[in-house]
Design a protein around this ligand. Sequence first.
Ligand code: DER
Length: 233
Amino acid sequence: VPQDELKRIAAYKAVEYVKSGMVLGLGTGSTANFAVARIGQLLKEGKLKDIIAVATSTRTAEQAVAAGIPLSGLDDHPLIDLSIDGADEVDPDLNLVKGRGGALLREKMVETASATFVVVVDETKLVDALGGSGLAMPVEVVQFCWKYNAERLKKLPELAGCEVKLRMEGDNPFVTDNSNYIIELYFKEPIKDAKAAANAISSIPGVVGHGLFLDMATHVIIASVDGVTVRSK
Ligand code: DER
């Protein structure tokens, strides 16, 4: 079963939690993309009504508009009933690494405002411990003196000697929807204490977001070749 099909299966399962009249948070990334499309389809078929959604990125907003999903924002809808989003890593306690799609700040704003946060992944995202995938963990920083902040991140004892890299888009630094840069952290070994790491990263002035989403997910839907499982807090 191709990974894309597993992502779609997980996303469609998550949309079963959506009820008419809900205020939704719409995630960003290829898995969330399937959920947004499915919600649009059910609205078109009249199987869902009176949905208002808050998008976690400009590209998700564009997809939602095209799919006929009415959009709003946290200013007018500060309480989100249900958010659906992907993740880059999921540990056994349902803690997450997110943000490889570059939308981590708005995702965290929306998903911390959500009563229910359903994460949708294929089985390749499961890790024993966060930072264990060896892939990037993003930190969103203001553009001002980004290199200075990258060096400060690298020196944090809680990160135990990670490598840092400015995320690029072609020949230029990647710029987020919020006009910030992303410093990618690469860990040689899994993070020992994710809470301590999250607090240390957040304590650096100029850091405006990071990809550790701890104690946030209420459900994780995992699609594998053996089927779909739902884990909840
Ligand atoms: O960037 C993000 O936070 C995405 O949700 C990411 O975590 C998952 O992206 P994917 O569904 O394309 O694998």
